[in-house]
Design a protein around this ligand. Structure first.
Ligand code: GRF
Length: 212
């Protein structure tokens, strides 16, 4: 790799297993991105403990009861200069106030094969609909709910005996492989977007989908 690593801020609200996957990938100095800051809107989120253990700066910016614009302005001021923003279990919809500061540079991971089952409870929705495949999607974030251009997807089978918890756990397994893979592409400047379709300059042996 040549040049500086891309600086990445990660926004979290919960346990942070996807954050952990990103931290683990970035612990390799040859990985093209470094996680420089982790911000949560939920005081005490366990993800903060993961960031601190990795020596990454953290901050808490509560969103509860705070007007959306005020929250997003505070978030922007705290994040400072980063090249990419990764949402990793961040349970707030972002508006153009925030997104306008990082055009085409905000990534999200969602536990469903978009465009099916946007919003909350992706695994539960897949079960309720009788889907036989479920999975996860990493996409660019636009002002909609899980509507931005799809970058990569990982699929897993839905088993007859699955509960929401077992299916969600299987999906998380592919999430942890998918997110670092896409962050690499982003950091290396290999993503372009035409309309709502994203393209990735893939290298030999790479693909935009995985199975679990
Ligand atoms: C994951 O299922 C992710 O797809 C969704 O929120 C969950 C976060 O899990 N956006 P974790 O906090 O990364 O463990």
């Amino acid at each position: 790799m040549s040049g500086a690593r891309a600086r990445v801020g990660v926004l979290v609200s919960g346990g942070g297993t996807n954050l952990q996957a990103l931290l683990d990938a970035a612990a390799d100095p040859t990985f093209p991105a470094e996680i420089v800051r982790v911000v949560t809107n939920v005081p005490g989120a366990y993800a903060l403990t993961r960031a601190e253990a990795a020596g990454v700066a953290t901050s808490t910016i509560p969103s509860k009861g705070v007007p959306r614009e005020d929250f997003e302005r505070a978030l922007l001021a705290d994040l400072g200069a980063v090249d990419w923003v990764c949402l990793a279990g961040f349970m707030r919809v972002l508006t153009p106030t925030f997104l306008g500061a990082f055009p085409g540079r905000v990534l999200n991971i969602h536990p469903a094969l978009l465009p099916a089952f946007p919003g909350t409870h992706g695994p539960r929705q897949a079960l309720e609909h009788g889907a036989v495949q479920a999975g996860a999607t990493v996409h660019l974030v636009d002002a909609g709910v899980d509507t931005g251009p799809i970058l990569a997807q990982g699929s897993v089978p839905v088993l007859d005996e699955d509960t929401e918890a077992t299916l969600a756990a299987r999906i998380l397994g592919v999430e942890h492989r998918l997110y670092p893979m896409v962050l690499r592409w982003a950091a290396e400047g290999r993503i372009t977007v035409e309309g709502r379709r994203a393209k990735v300059a893939l290298r030999a042996g790479e693909a935009r989908w995985i199975t679990g």
